[in-house]
Design a protein around this ligand. Sequence first.
Ligand SMILES: [Zn+2]
Length: 248
Amino acid sequence: MREQLLLLYELQEIDSQLLVRSERLKEIPVKANEIKAELEKAQQALRGAQSREDEANRDRRKLEQDLAAEKEKLKKWEARLNDIKNSREFAALSREIEGLKRQNRDLEESILQKMQAAEDASRERAQHQGKVDALQKEFHARDTEAKQASAAVKAEMDQAASSRQSVAGKVKKNLLRQYEYIRDHKGGRALVLVKDGCCLGCHMQVPPQLYNELQRGDAVHTCPMCQRIMFWEPLAQRTVEEQAAAHA
Ligand SMILES: [Zn+2]
């Protein structure tokens, strides 16, 4: 039974490593993902500035066309003014011409505003573009780094999984099932060492009678408090040493 407990002890070491690495695997891409989110925000801002710039330019061109048409009209009206002999008609057309000139000045003012808006949006766009470029570069670096780190951790996990398989193969089926059940329900730890009468899984004192039985190491005992399989620490050490001597 001591050998079986020792196998569980080795299994626990491997499972703990696997757990740590799978947690690490989840953390690896976090930074790159944060930068990606920031990058997407910057890209959105860039698209916003770009579309404001496009819109202002489009509006400006439309106003410029309108103004050109109105100026044509003004030219015709002014030419017609020279032909008018009737003073009432002359005064009326003159008023129309003045109105048209005012309207054209307003159009010119609007064109200037649109030019200004396009210029502002263009400046903003350039700023966002700079940010996007920098974030893209940073994301690429982080992402590459994360992929390499993940691949290394996965390789370690593959190796651990294959040692696990060979250790688990030597454990009795029922005991392995019990171990895995406890591991899955007790935060990844199924086997605990007991030292100086204290369970290192829950740090409670093991009852004296049970503690005595535990020291014999001829049966599987679980902690009455945390339900984990217990292995008396000096016995674990002795078993390790004996096995090492047997293999030497
Ligand atoms: Zn315990």
